[in-house]
Write a protein that binds this ligand. Sequence first.
Ligand SMILES: NC(=O)C1=CN([C@@H]2O[C@H](COP(=O)(O)OP(=O)(O)OC[C@H]3O[C@@H](n4cnc5c(N)ncnc54)[C@H](OP(=O)(O)O)[C@@H]3O)[C@@H](O)[C@H]2O)C=CC1
Ligand SMILES: CC(=O)C(=O)O
Ligand SMILES: [Mg+2]
Length: 763
Amino acid sequence: MSKVTKEMALDYHREGKPGKIEVVPTVPYSSMQDLALAYSPGVAYPCLEIEKNPADAYEYTNKGNLIAVISNGTAVLGLGDIGALAGKPVMEGKALLFKIFAGLDCFDIEVNEKDPKKFIEIVKALAPTFGGINLEDIKAPECFEIEQRLKEECNIPVMHDDQHGTAIISAAGLINALEIQGKNIGDVKLVVNGAGAAAVSCTRLYIALGVKKENVVMCDSKGVINRSRKGLNSQKEEFATDRDINTLAEAMVGADVFLGLSVKDVVTTEMVQSMAEKPIVFALANPDPEISYEAAMASRPDLIFATGRSDYPNQINNVLGFPYIFRGALDAGATAINETMKLAAVKAIADLAKEPVPSVVNAAYGMSNLKFGRDYILPKPLDPRLITAVSPAVARGAMESGVARRPITDWEAYNEKLRHLMGYDNKFMRRVTEEARRNPKRVVFGEANTDNMLTAAVNAYHDGICIPILLGNEEMIEKRAKRLGLDIEGIEIVNLRHDREAERREQFAEKLAASRQRRGITRPEALELMFDRNYFGMMMVETGQADAMISGTYSGSKKAAKIAEEVVGIRPTYNHFATMHILNTKRGTFFMADTTVNREVDEETLFDITRLARNSVEYFAHDPIMAMVSYSNFGSHKEKEPEVARRVVERMHEAYPDLPIDGEMQMSYALNKKARDAAYPFSRINGKDVNTLIFPNLSAASTAYKMMLEMGLAEAVGPIQMGLNKPIHFISTDAAVRDIINLATVAVIDAAVLEKVGNGHDK
Ligand SMILES: NC(=O)C1=CN([C@@H]2O[C@H](COP(=O)(O)OP(=O)(O)OC[C@H]3O[C@@H](n4cnc5c(N)ncnc54)[C@H](OP(=O)(O)O)[C@@H]3O)[C@@H](O)[C@H]2O)C=CC1
Ligand SMILES: CC(=O)C(=O)O
Ligand SMILES: [Mg+2]
């Protein structure tokens, strides 16, 4: 991750539409009828229902999925009292996190009011709008009264995240760090620096989990809070120590755990060195910690160190909790977020860190070997399992403690809903990944000496998806792996240019020349070609020395595709091969073809593309419902391109009389079955939701899927090659690591099917 600079951050916030979030309608709104339903007169009906029964607000409005992040700007991060307006970027940021991590909609509300009593009245008056209230960055001690009263007086969950979110996450981190250091929570000496919202609440939770109160020393801006201090507020009084010490430096001597929730740079290396053996330091002030990562780690080797930042190992930040805690609370219809729910969240988060880390998480952090230990005490914020680990635990907690108004009964369905909410639930990829893991295959990675290819190959290996064979110079690959922090032990590297591969090059050349001698490749030429990664790698697959290949391409796949045609050839029942992209969207999974290969599409090419797509969609266990898309509808335009599309549909109807395919038709009819059924009742796909889109040319297909991706409307798997004799797949070397892993996973499945049924699944 590159260092965040002021300029980058300001540009990020300013570019495009300023800020970070927007409001998007969720119902149709284009016709008069729609407007009459959305607003007057139709809107009166739900109003009257809610008047009769307020709980109906959850049925007819967005209340049940809407959070308010409310702040008065008095303790914004560690920046202090910068005011309500200046805190808005933080609150917008939280709104964004609620949305992307838990699918919760969120309004940020900055209230220009420091008087706690007035602030409480304002928030209370706003409460009917929301399903939950996340109080944020409100300073101590006012935050305690504010939260307490709002919890009592609102009938929706209210949580001050700086208090409880931080307490939950850091407690999970503490439990795991203590386990690694081999210490007992009941024995540890704890120093807390800061006596504000976060510090007080964290300390209370640690005590509930077993820390002895007499082993706690808390400090504020004036030093140690001891009994001789006068005029302490009640929270500071609660933690005042009997020990006769005054400074943080004195408190640190012999301490096992340091918890910083104060300001930057107040801890020195000497202080860390003065701590007990195997200490734990959580320096959580944001954006800059109480001691820097570099200084802390240099101070002693037996330390476990965490900060609130995302750019160092062990991030302890309430982002790991609040989206999922509110998700679980709202889904169970909880009236509050109570101690049982908080403890359930602590356990779920702590336990998740001990589970094997999936490759998507490693890949997201450019790592290959994240494993429970001193540099990984908590799950990473981009871990997609957090939602299914934490939200159900919190919802169960709500039910057990009797605050759930809408108890969940079908947990499997709830988990499914959570996954779906989140990520255009990649059910398809989950299924193929499980299949690949059951029977991993040998996959050659061409261009293994590039960052993303190498990271993908190594992650796929550690995830048990495939057995990679890396093509490239071993020294260079090793160097790169070291720089990227990738563990490549156990992975085969083949340096095809090395003398020790001379025999294999000869063997491959002979075989290639034998099959291509009448098509212009002589043996000496074939031998020359074996110095090319694509020829060599594909020959490995052709001769059974590997099961599949991911060919890294630099500028489109044209050259590599030509080589694949020469080396492994096109399946006997076709004259062309093509590629398909699988798009996971909010509306389900769509298959699109041909997205990358055939630049000139005549009738024969389009016929092959359509047959290949039909075959592949079935192969991925979907029943194809196909639309041939065009700018024309069923003959409305007579030009060559729609004519070709029409003829291909006719030929498909003849070849596969039962196949639901039709067209040519515009995309609006392909995707809107109501409109299609009304306008073209004769269509063969009447009443059906299309899942496979065949495009009349490469420009249209490529533009369509890329537009969906760029607009954030889909996640894609692909390009999936269809029609070659062997599983050779092509992807750009700078494609995202996750995309390369996904393609390698598909290649493994491809190889397994080939092994089982040959190309016999061609029909
Ligand atoms: N990583 C995470 O997830 C989270 C991190 N934080 C961080 O914790 C910090 C505090 O936040 P919050 O509790 O909301 O804020 P508050 O304003 O409620 O509390 C701040 C506390 O820090 C104390 N403090 C200020 N300067 C010093 C100093 N030099 N030495 C010791 N203590 C000092 C203040 O002391 P006094 O009482 O004397 O004024 C006060 O007790 C911030 O940096 C924030 O970013 C907060 C929430 C979550
Ligand atoms: C993370 C957070 O909430 C804070 O630093 O205030
Ligand atoms: Mg905060």
